[in-house]
Design a binder for this molecule. Sequence first.
Ligand code: SF4
Length: 224
Amino acid sequence: MSQTEYEESEYLMLSGIQHFFYCKRQWALIHVEQVWQDNEYTVIGNEIHERVHDPELKETRKNVVTIRGMRVSSRTIGISGECDVVEFIRTNEDDGVSIQGYPGLYRIYPVEYKRGKPKSGVEDVMQLVLEAICLEEIFGTTVSEGALFYDKIKRRQRVEITVDMKDQARQAVKEMHHLMYSHHVPIQKHSKKCDNCSLIELCIPEMQKQDPEKYIANYIGELL
Ligand code: SF4
């Protein structure tokens, strides 16, 4: 499936990229099969996002305009979602963007809030990269930096957003569209990640690493 622009009805959830990079099967179970089950990690994560997306949508400090819960989308890669925080930082650079009602030009800086501490995987970083891609498309500028805030360490981690990272994120979304279009849920080997996965009972990774027929035969044998 190749196309230059997507219809809104085809947009995938931006935040789904974190599931995709955590486990492609997890993403497909949630977004293709539409199954979901909360565990303590997802519940805490949702609470953090509710706190960030408070009703005070916009605030202005010296040289920084902050917008919370900003809706973004990209027609070219077919995704939409919400940025936790987007900071518009006053700049003297010519490639800054203008904001209605505010003087001068601004550099765009997305900040995503996460539970826990920084992860070894790239799933959080890739979500930030997708937000940068959307913001670039909306404002016609380049977004080359952002930050991830983790509630456990209570500070931001600066993330440089490179061209290679944007290519990797675009490629991943292309694959997500392909899985969605073909309604395919990939098989994934059991790994340590399964222990923290809210879908473990629905996914049954044990069954994937064995021959399914043998597994069922053994299971029935245990019941008899
Ligand atoms: S249980 Fe493991 S294989 Fe299954 S969706 Fe979760 S992480 Fe992926």
